[in-house]
Each structure stands twice: as structure tokens, then as C-alpha cells.
Design a protein around this ligand. Sequence first.
Ligand SMILES: [Cu+2]
Length: 235
Amino acid sequence: MNRRFSSLVVPALIMTVTLAFGAYQGAAAAGGTISGAVMFKGDVPKPKKLKVTKDKKRCDKSPKFDESLVVKDGKLANVVVYIAEVKGGKKLEKKAVTLDQNGCVYQPHVLAVAAGADVTILNPDKVLHNIHTYSKVNKPMNRAQPKFKKKLKVKFDKPEIMEVKCDVHGWMSGWIFVAGNPYYGVTGEDGAFSLTDVPAGKYQVQIWHEKLGTQTKEVEVKAGETAKLDIEFAG
Ligand SMILES: [Cu+2]
């Protein structure tokens, strides 16, 4: 094989192999934005007060409410908006994130993290917690965090949405979204999301809510433009 030939063949081979495994290719790219808001239509049930049955001194300092449906002025919080299938685009930043258990409740209720990034789980409660992820793609985590262990550091390597529960405190419930590319967001109280620098093209945008399920919307992105995407869930 002469040098000129091999310099052409090797990168092509690497690319073929990587794409075959579906790996996300991060590189700077000019793109557009997908943004909008997630709305909830219907009667909003009054959030249920969670019953603290254990470690009351530490866990029952303030009232806690079920967060499986958080609606404010018609806007739906805790919705993950993401693109599952995208081959390339901007770099996936492995930004470290924190999951706090302060007061025996997961904060945030829905945590989003890049695959392979550090997740620090805090236990300021001076009680025993046991973090249990109901994951199917990643290896399930089932780990005690005794009261003296104020921080636990973990990583999730594969894209997945998994439920998290505490085996000690039955009312503790949350979700972790592990992202395989940088095009994701979780709505806050304003229901808003924005996916930026999306390479031009057509995408199936996934809109996930723990109770209301998943919607898929096709969106076309044009470079330098914003594609508006407003979503409605009915209760
Ligand atoms: Cu706990």
C-alpha cells in the first residue's frame, strides 16, 4: 500500500467503523435552534403531599409534594426534550452535575447528564439513603449512602432514561436522563426548552414525561434559523 493510498483509506475506514456503531461525532458545526414550550391541557390535580414515614426528624422538616406532574400556569415542568438520532454536531460537553437528597427528596426531580460525565450525589441529611436506579441499558446502581458519606460520585455511560428510588425512603422518587449527544433539555416551571446549534436537517424530536409518556415530533432545522416547537400534553 503506498502512502497516498493509505492516507485516504484509513480515515474512511475509521469513519465507517464509528458510524456503524452509531457513535455521536462531536465537532463544531453551524446549525439552527429548536425551541418552544411544553404545555399541559386539562385539570391539574392538587399535588399529593408525600407521607414521611421514616427519619422524620431529618426528612420531615418541610412539607413535600409528589412531583410527577408539575404544572404552573399551564406550563409543564420536568419534561425532557431531546433528539435521539443525530450523527454529528456540536461537542457533547461532559459537564459534571449534582443530585441532591436534601430533606430526603431528589433535587432536581429530573436530572439530565451527558453520558460519561460525573454525577455527584449529595447526602446532607445525616441519615442512610440507598440510591437505586431502575436502569435497563446502564448497569443498575443499588448503593447505600450512609449518613457519614456526604458525597458519592457515579457515572452513567449509555443513553437512557431511568427511574431512581431510595430503598430506605419509599417516597423518594426521581429520574435521570443520560444524554448521548448535546441536543437535550429539561423544562423548568416555564415549560421552555431550547436545543441550539443543531445541524441543518430533519429530526424526530422526543418529548418525554414520566407520567404522560413520550411524543415524537418531526422538525426541520435550517442553519441560522429557529424552528418553533410547541408541545401539548393532555391530562
Ligand atoms: Cu433516602
